[in-house]
Write a protein that binds this ligand. Sequence first.
Ligand SMILES: *Cc1c(COP(=O)(O)O)cnc(C)c1O
Length: 357
Amino acid sequence: MYAVKANPSPDLIVALWDAGITTFDVASIAEVRLVRGLLPEASLCFMHPVKGEEAIAEAYHSHGVRTFSLDSEAELAKIVAATARDGVNATDLTLCVRLRVSSAHSKLSLASKFGVAAEDAGPLLVATRQVADALGICFHVGSQAMSPQAYAEALAQVRTAIVGAGVTVDVVDVGGGFPSVYPGMEPIALDAYFEVISRAFEALPVSYSAELWCEPGRALSAEYASVLVRVEARRDDVLYINDGAYGALFDAAHIHWRFPAKLVREGGSRARTMGFSFYGPTCDDMDFMRGPFELPADVRAGDYIELGMLGAYGSAMRTGFNGFTAGATIIARDEPMETVYGADEETPDNIVQLRQK
Ligand SMILES: *Cc1c(COP(=O)(O)O)cnc(C)c1O
């Protein structure tokens, strides 16, 4: 499934559907409504372990959601209550118990907030088994997992949980965390991840017909978008640009993520490249992206810069703080600045459609 959180752009969601992705990981009732509105036939899985009861009820009764995740008995009771009809419990639920696993191999931790430890999961798995049509175990190794070992270690925790609880498990969901490629962060091929995961899955004590699921967000969306910014001023090796920490560059500012940068200027530049930092447009010191972003040394006010690989957690993070927000969205069909999928497809025509938003 595609984790909508990474980039809820309707164009992307429809493109993924057209490419064969039929199941979507949604985390809020707004994401449920969004995807259901776009794709009446899609399967939706509500994989946030802490949900509002009215969100569960609307998802189940109005939007056909049957799969939910949880990490506590309180959440289980909430799901059971919200999906009952006339006092009769639902009999068609797929319920995934979220395990807490290490984020040690990942650039962005998701280890503290959700999940029950494998050693403590027994009672919850047994209780969930009693009300679920299908029982799943899910986890998230953290975003941008730089080694497939992350999944092998998490699947060892799944084994511990299953053996401890003695339940039949129908679904193992390895979550998201699949990496994309950024300057200084070049993961090994995704095939190596899939190999490690399928080997560990085959060795698990699950039913013969058990399904293996995953929920990538970043890996399916990072390559989808670039952000085009304009240089408003230059001071030495710092460029003042018109997007930043409160816009699409949240990760660049707050966790020092680096993105590929390309000068966009008529006639280009022949200057050697050097590293630049960026200030964003707001009046806030925190609106600073250290980089370094590699650009020609003669970059100047008025130039545009393409910052690539911002399809995941880029446009999704924009705010309107200080009045600086997105101008135009342009649908283009050029290659992404980097790819984890190999370059075996032809480059289609460049910009085909211009749409003001
Ligand atoms: C954020 C999230 C994802 C997607 O993670 P990526 O690192 O972008 O692949 C998947 N599942 C859940 C439950 C999440 O919270």
